[in-house]
Structures are given as C-alpha cells and as structure tokens.
Write a new protein. Structure first.
Length: 250
C-alpha cells in the first residue's frame, strides 16, 4: 500500500513573526540576550530615522547582524490617508523619501513597512509597493474600548487575519501585544497552538519593552509576557520569521 506523505518543508512552516514599532532602539537592544536564548528573529520598524544617533545605528547594525530585520515605519509617523490626499508625489516627499534616505545613509535598505497607527488605504499601499516594499503590516487589536466601555473582545485564535498562510500575501495584519491589549498567557498559548496545527505563522507586534505597568504615557509590552511567548513558541518548535521572509516562503 502506498501512503502519501506531505514533504518535510510543508510540515515545518508553522511559525511566529514578531515586530516592534517606533524608536525604542536602546530598549530593544537590551532584549538581545533573550532573543538569542530562544533563537528568535524579529523585525524592528524604525520611525523618525533622521534622529538616529551613531550609537543607535551601531546597535541596529548589530541586531541586523544577529539575523533580525530592520524595517521602515515612516519619516514623520504621519496619517497616510491624509497625506495621500495631496497626491502620491507629496506623500512620498513627506513620509517616504526623506526617511528612506536617512535609512540608506545609516546602511539600511528596508523592504518591509509598518503603517503608522495602522492608517492606510489602497492608494497608499500601491505607492508603497511601487517603491519596493515587499510586505506592508497593519494593526489588529483583540480588544477595543470606546470611552471606557469595551466594544468587543476576540480570542486571538479566532482571528484568522493575524495568521500568515504562506500564500505570497503582501498586505498583512499583526496582533498588538502591548499591555493595554489585555492579552493573557493562556490566550497566546492557544494562538501559538493554532499556528502549529494549521501550519501558519502567527504575526504579533508591540512597541516599548516595559518591566512594569505603563506609566506617564508609556505604551508597550511587558517583557516577561514576551518571554513567555518566545518560550512557548520554542517548546512548540515554531520557526521565527522576519516580516520580509514571509512572502518569500512558498
């Protein structure tokens, strides 16, 4: 009797793609031992690159050398749907060209883009893709509040749009893991298990690494929470992907 078995590559795509936004370079760099411990590769989306110091550039280069990806998060972190009203050229002049020039001067050539505030439309996406970005990352939130009242709450395992199916999709959503997202370890373990069982990649993102509850306007993720995610991903033998790698996997 002949038994048809899926090839090994098909069996082993399940993984995790984590990214971090904004300009918390010193704080991200401090997580380097933890990334190394779990064999994690992540993507750092940089905004306001005109203000990169020599020390920050050196740290980003080290992170890139470790296998992490350096992506782009806009020159001014502007609202794209408003900037694009003046036309693609004006949008590029304000939000793309200056920042990408600064990134190039620092030695980086980003091929992934994270929409500032998750704000974009089809015209914005078209301009970004025409300018060489392989993948565009949007924002997804499991819980949403309005004026203090919770509007909805979804378990991450029930959000199919935060899983990459290795179908060459170039516009994707990642789940916010910052403290105000209200996620639990149980929910994340379930989400990782779904990635394993469906042979897909779970996409997550956060901002500043925090070691306590946010205060004084801080917004970010709890570092021990991230470590639990990395530990569980390693336990389940999930692969780690940078964002630009996702559409390249067949």
């Amino acid at each position: 009797m002949i038994h048809c078995q899926p090839d090994a590559e098909t069996q082993q795509k399940a993984g995790l793609a984590i990214s971090f936004d904004d300009h918390f370079i010193d704080e991200w760099f401090a997580l380097r031992p933890m990334f190394n411990q779990y064999g994690a590769k992540v993507t750092f989306f940089i905004t306001c690159p005109d203000s990169l110091s020599a020390d920050e550039v050196a740290k980003l280069r080290q992170l890139q050398s470790d296998g992490h990806e350096i992506g782009f998060h806009g020159t001014i972190h502007g609202k794209s749907t408003e900037l694009i009203i003046a036309g693609p050229d004006e949008y590029k002049k304000i939000e793309l060209t200056p920042g990408m020039s600064n990134m190039a001067k620092a030695g980086f050539k980003p091929t992934s883009y994270a929409h500032p505030g998750g704000n974009h439309n089809e015209q914005v996406d078209s301009v970004l893709r025409a300018n060489g970005f392989k993948i565009l990352r949007d924002v997804s939130i499991s819980k949403r509040k309005f004026k203090g009242f919770q509007m909805y709450a979804l378990a991450p395992r029930l959000m199919p749009w935060i899983y990459y199916s290795f179908d060459n999709e170039r516009i994707v959503d990642a789940l916010l893991i910052d403290e105000d997202a209200g996620l639990t370890t149980v929910a994340m373990n379930e989400a990782l298990a779904k990635a394993t069982s469906t042979n897909k990649a779970l996409m997550l993102f956060g901002h500043e690494p925090l070691y306590g509850k946010p205060k004084n306007g801080e917004y970010g993720f709890y570092v021990p929470f991230l470590e639990k995610i990395l530990r569980e991903a390693k336990r389940q033998n999930l692969k780690f992907y940078t964002m630009s790698e996702l559409p390249e996997i067949n």
